[in-house]
Design a protein around this ligand. Structure first.
Ligand code: NAP
Length: 303
């Protein structure tokens, strides 16, 4: 029996684990087969306080994991496959193995969204990617496209600029959603240009990306843009499938926090991007992980 089971191992989950294990609560982290969350796909993190020269995303996560381990948190690198919150103790399954906990912290984060085109699926890994940090180096001196108008799209464009010869950012409106500082950096970058009011109809190519078919949403005109890669950067969806029917989720699938970090089930708390569609920062996720840990600690001690 664990005092706290943390599901997820991004900044929210690992910060929660640092706090609960340091408070001497018996803590299990179900980290996921692919652990560490979205920062594992990020190169330089420049805005996490305390690292004045920045830190690599994977290095930051490795530090958080070691910090949680130092205080005795147990970590398993597998996916939680099911939960049963209908009675106490709370149960979390990893395949056939069922773990019991007095409390659970949901910190499963969110994942990149895709456009939903057949051609996008077929060419994924063959020029279609959602991670410039991972794949930009494959496209040295090539022409690439980025889809989206938020911070992720702008960051992807800037990351690609170190390798690609030309980057076209395809955005469905004529105004960017991304922050001013990233807008300024991309506007200044001579390799980056914008294709406004346009959507991707199809990704072209048989075995690898050769171009994209675009539609101008104002004129309905279609055109083809030749490129060797397309980076999709259109936002995220919460990783909350296994909680459907077990805790209250909103229409988009985000876990609803009723009071502070408490979900609709007593003893089940939530932190990070699984609940927060607004801020979605490593530092806010870490802060939420701390809050959930303190709430879980109070709950376990009060029982
Ligand atoms: P986002 O802010 O939700 O932006 C998604 C972009 O994709 C929007 O421009 C949206 O267009 C477009 N889009 C959505 N669905 C689309 C579709 N089906 N087809 C074409 N375009 C589509 O998502 P994000 O950029 O991933 O950022 C998420 C959060 O993380 C934000 O709060 C952001 O500030 C933060 N973030 C911060 C940093 C940083 O500070 N360094 C880096 C990355 C992310 P519309 O604008 O028309 O809706």
């Amino acid at each position: 029996m664990y005092d706290v089971i943390v599901i997820g191992s991004g900044p929210a989950g690992l910060t929660a684990a640092v706090y609960t294990s340091r408070a001497e609560l018996k803590t299990l982290v179900i980290a996921g087969a692919v652990w560490g969350g979205q920062l594992m796909l990020t190169a330089e993190v420049e805005n996490f306080p305390g690292f004045k020269d920045g830190i690599l995303g994977p290095e930051l996560m490795d530090n958080m994991w070691k910090q949680a381990k130092r205080f005795g948190a147990e970590i398993i690198f597998e996916d939680a496959t099911n939960v049963d919150f209908s009675s106490k103790p709370l149960k979390v399954a990893v395949g056939r193995q069922v773990y019991k906990g007095k409390s659970v912290i949901i910190a499963t984060g969110a994942s990149a969204k895709w456009l939903g085109l057949e051609s996008e699926k077929r060419l994924r890994g063959r020029g279609v990617s959602a991670c410039a940090t991972c794949d930009a180096a494959f496209f040295k001196d090539k022409k690439v496209a980025v889809v989206g108008g938020g911070d992720t799209a702008l960051e992807e464009a800037l990351a690609l600029s170190k390798f690609a010869s030309e980057i076209k950012v395809i955005h469905r409106r004529d105004k960017l959603r991304g922050s001013k500082i990233l807008q300024q950096r991309t506007f200044k970058d001579p390799k980056v240009a914008f294709v406004w009011n346009s959507t991707v109809q199809e990704i072209l190519g048989k075995d690898r990306v050769e171009g994209i078919r675009l539609k101008n949403v104002e004129s309905n005109d279609e055109s083809v843009l030749a490129c060797d890669a397309v980076f999709i950067a259109i936002g995220h969806k919460p990783n909350t499938e296994i909680f459907k029917g077990h805790v209250e989720l909103d229409q988009a699938g985000y876990v609803v926090a009723r009071e502070a970090t408490m979900t609709s089930v007593e003893g089940v708390f939530v932190a990070g991007d699984a609940q927060d569609y607004r801020y979605r920062q490593a530092v806010t996720a870490a802060g939420a992980g701390c809050r959930a840990a303190l709430d879980a600690e109070k709950y376990v001690e009060g029982r």
